[in-house]
Ligand binder design. Structure first.
Ligand code: CA
Length: 222
């Protein structure tokens, strides 16, 4: 599995990285919520092991943000106390399972295995507008029957727009969605990406992305 371990206790991170790598997992690590968000936005992960107590934001907040952005990756939350309110908050935030610290490595492995067996997403993964079709799981994009190859950022922007048909999204909103937290970019970057996306979609698909002068962009509502 391609895993992301988010934990600011570097000793625990070191141990988990060593053991999980021995078990032939690909392991990425982050010690802050911001670092984790950047990796989660850029890498196709099979699961995130997410500590609640992080220096910049809580694991709950990060889980909520990832779910809000549409991430379906299974999240295994690490909580310090076995309190009902922590468990409920974790599950409400979009975690799939939780583990109370300290835990046995074997238990972590068993939980990961169970998460890996679950279907990748319960909800429908297909978004569409006119001839444009985007699958959030397979990450395929089509205009009519023609397959379109988009970069990760282009895909993220189109996905964000397609999720909210008819709704105008500002350049800043699209920046927040498609780039890691804290990335130093200007709204012009979004404009450039929209241009690239329209080019790739061709005239038939591009017509469905409307520019709203001085505000932003929207997908035509049917
Ligand atoms: Ca911690």
């Amino acid at each position: 599995m391609h895993l992301l371990v988010v934990e600011d206790d570097t000793r625990l991170v070191g141990v988990l990285r060593r053991l999980l790598t021995q078990d032939r997992h690909i392991v990425e690590t982050a010690t802050t919520a911001a670092g984790a968000h950047e990796i989660a936005s850029d890498s196709p992960l099979d699961a995130i092991i997410l500590d609640v107590g992080l220096p910049d934001r809580s694991g709950f907040e990060l889980a909520r943000q990832l779910r809000r952005e549409g991430a379906t990756v299974p999240i295994l939350m690490l909580t310090a106390r076995d309190s009902v309110s922590d468990r409920i908050e974790g599950l409400d935030a979009g975690a799939d399972d939780y583990l109370v610290k300290p835990f046995a490595y074997e238990e972590l492995v068993a939980r990961l295995r169970a998460l890996g067996r679950r279907p990748p997403a319960v909800r429908d993964s297909r978004l569409a507008a006119g001839p444009i079709a985007l699958d959030e799981i397979t990450r395929e994009v089509h205009v009519g029957t023609r397959p379109i190859s988009l970069s990760q950022r282009e895909f993220a922007i189109l996905e964000c727009l397609l999720r909210r048909p008819g709704q105008v999204l500002s350049r800043d909103q699209l920046l927040d969605y498609a780039w890691p937290y804290g990335a130093a970019l200007t709204p012009n970057t979004v404009e450039a990406y929209i241009h690239l996306i329209r080019d790739k979609l061709g005239p038939e698909g591009a017509a469905w992305i409307e520019t709203v002068r001085g505000v932003g962009y929207r997908i035509r509502g049917s």
